[in-house]
Ligand binder design. Structure first.
Ligand code: AVJ
Length: 443
């Protein structure tokens, strides 16, 4: 047998289009998504599916119920005008939103049957709907993209929930280490200038990515790579968690109340820091981007390092703007072939910093897409000209000073969601995300 010493792109991603506008492609994307959902849930026991591991996280069976409900609501009811289906979960979504005092229990078997039933009808619609009908939901297949992206986002939520259950072992996929980028400077310099913030040619962009608009950024430095576990261990050793001056007022209050002294899932073992990852204890790999830190911890680290967090505009400028070509979806260009970034559960953890030569941005940024979501200093606010579409509960109700924006996607994020204009958001104290950060500073 001949062994080829080549890092071949993961076949799951080959010819996987990241914009999809034909029936065949929509169908394929729906099928790929459901296969992934099933794959994620397959190793979980029936009891595991219905157990609530943490108060802020619904049992896994709820993710599936919500995915199916959302699909029924947008494709079958709102698009096709069908009546609500007769199932045993009327009001599932409403109960989830209200969530006062626990959630009603759902039977996995019944939820699976409901999800399958909805999917069958949805695929029928994909084959027969008139895409040219005068309906804003159908423009460039938008509503199918909406439903698909919802399921893909819940896949990451499910993995967060599975990771939260540290007492249960969950099988992970381990790949050979990816290729590496030649060494470079710690920081990259970005000149003053204007660029286009927001989605420009993304048929399935969410309302919060619109309207694309020109913004001016001052010159700044940004870390070439995400902050590593090694650097974070140093922050801990230098008493970063005990030094109030590095923390914002609210951050310090949170640190005190919660008595936080290391990233979530970390414990000090006999031979140094260890972490729980999908139910297995292992030494903290020093060269990996740190994950499971809150916005407050990221902010404190940056202050300790004499830096700050980047704004989301700075992040997008580095990750999705090319002085010569203009807007680009990914740091390396428009398509993801499987070898440019750590996305889509290719590995079940971040890759060591300095990985993925093919993923470098024109300005020299590394691992901007994938590995870990990156906290930014920006509040989740609407762009100028924002119009809620197609419903205010996706973005609009979260706008304000409460939430911070995260960018770039993680190892668990589907490539379809990892476009450079995609905005995620979370409360500053939350640590269950596969999130880390990189620092920036004024030039
Ligand atoms: C974009 C990740 C913040 O999970 O709250 C899923 C996505 N919205 N179902 C969230 C979402 C409704 C959303 N985030």
């Amino acid at each position: 047998m001949i062994s080829l010493d080549l890092a071949l792109p993961d076949s799951r991603f080959l010819r996987q289009s990241t914009t999809i506008d034909s029936r065949v492609e929509i169908r394929a994307a729906f099928e790929r998504a459901r296969t992934a959902t099933d794959e994620i849930l397959a190793p979980v026991s029936e009891t595991g599916l219905v157990t609530q591991v943490s108060p802020a996280h619904a049992p896994l069976v709820w993710d599936l119920a919500l995915v199916a409900h959302f699909e029924e609501l947008w494709l079958l009811r709102n698009l096709n005008g069908s009546a609500a289906m007769e199932d045993e979960h009327p009001g599932v979504y409403e109960a989830f939103r209200a969530r006062n005092g626990g959630l009603p229990s759902l039977r996995p078997e019944a939820v699976r049957a409901y999800a399958d039933d909805v999917r069958e009808r949805a695929l029928h619609l994909v084959d027969h709907v008139d895409f040219d009908a005068p309906n804003a939901l159908l423009r460039r297949g938008f509503v199918f993209g909406l439903v698909l992206q919802h399921e893909l986002q819940h896949q990451e939520t499910m993995l967060q929930t599975i990771q939260l259950d540290t007492a249960s072992e969950y099988p992970t996929r381990e790949e050979e280490p990816p290729d590496t980028v030649p060494a470079g400077p710690d920081e990259i310099f970005v000149e003053a200038g204007s660029f286009i913030l927001g989605a420009t040619d993304e048929p399935w962009a969410y309302d919060n990515e619109l309207v694309p608009h020109e913004v001016e950024v001052r010159p700044f430095f940004i870390d070439r790579e995400p902050v590593t576990n090694a650097q974070f261990v140093e922050f801990i050793a230098r008493r970063g968690y005990e030094t109030p001056k590095h923390w914002s007022e609210r951050g310090w209050e949170w640190r005190e109340n919660e008595d936080v002294s290391a990233p979530l899932y970390w414990e000090l073992g006999d031979h140094g820091w260890e972490r729980m990852r999908f139910g297995t204890r292992e030494p903290v790999p020093l060269e990996e981007p740190v994950q499971h830190v809150s916005f407050y911890e990221a902010e404190a680290f940056a202050h300790w390092a004499g830096k700050r967090l980047p704004t989301e505009a700075e992040w997008e400028r580095v990750a999705a703007w090319d002085e010569r070509r203009g807007k680009s979806r990914f740091p390396w260009g428009r398509e993801f072939m499987g070898y440019e970034a750590n996305l889509g559960r290719n590995r079940f953890r971040p890759a060591p910093v300095g990985s993925y030569a093919g993923g470098e941005s024109p300005s020299g940024g590394v691992q901007l897409t994938g590995d870990v979501w990156e906290w930014t200093s920006s509040h989740f606010l609407p762009y100028p000209g924002f119009l809620s579409f197609p419903y205010p509960e996706y973005s609009e109700i979260y706008f304000g000073e409460e939430y911070r924006v995260l960018r770039g996607g993680s190892w668990a994020t589907d490539p379809l969601l990892a476009r450079g204009s995609f905005r995620s958001w979370e409360l500053p104290q939350r640590r269950h995300l596969f999130a880390g950060f990189r620092c920036a500073r004024d030039a």
